[in-house]
Design a protein around this ligand. Structure first.
Ligand SMILES: C[S@@+](CC[C@H](N)C(=O)[O-])C[C@H]1O[C@@H](n2cnc3c(N)ncnc32)[C@H](O)[C@@H]1O
Length: 111
């Protein structure tokens, strides 16, 4: 996809809009609250639509894992229409034996 911002697919988005300020707006324990409000499921899933380079998705995964009880399986999936951004997002995932990493399927696989 063409590099640009016609569809919001800024390739340097997190250089000028880092996640810290927005993450700081989320109160401690908000993911546990959301999990409980969802009926305390054994598998807690999160879909991030328009994940860009994945910075926020990876942080959401980290917060979910920290706040939701350990026995709960967490699944975080980030999707974006820009294949290059999805490739970058995929490179940021980290291994966590308690939880599948955020998954970033290629836009080609979802079309
Ligand atoms: C401004 S960025 C926001 C990134 C991230 N959600 C955040 O808040 O940090 C918006 C992203 O949405 C993506 N996007 C726009 N329309 C989309 C669509 N129809 N399907 C999937 N992604 C889309 C763009 O490519 C871009 O990466």
């Amino acid at each position: 996809m063409e590099i640009g911002h016609k569809l919001g697919n800024f390739h340097q988005y997190y250089d000028f809009h880092p996640i810290d300020g927005r993450i700081a707006l989320l109160s401690e324990g908000v993911f546990e609250e959301l999990w409980r409000a969802s009926g305390s499921p054994a598998k807690f899933s999160w879909l991030d639509i328009g994940c860009n380079g994945g910075d926020l998705t990876v942080e959401i995964h980290r917060r979910m894992r920290r706040e939701v009880p350990e026995a709960v399986e967490c699944l975080v999936v980030g999707i974006d229409l820009d294949e290059e951004l999805v490739r970058r997002a995929s490179s940021k995932t980290r291994a966590d034996p308690r939880c599948p990493e955020p998954a970033f399927p290629s836009p080609k696989s979802t079309s």
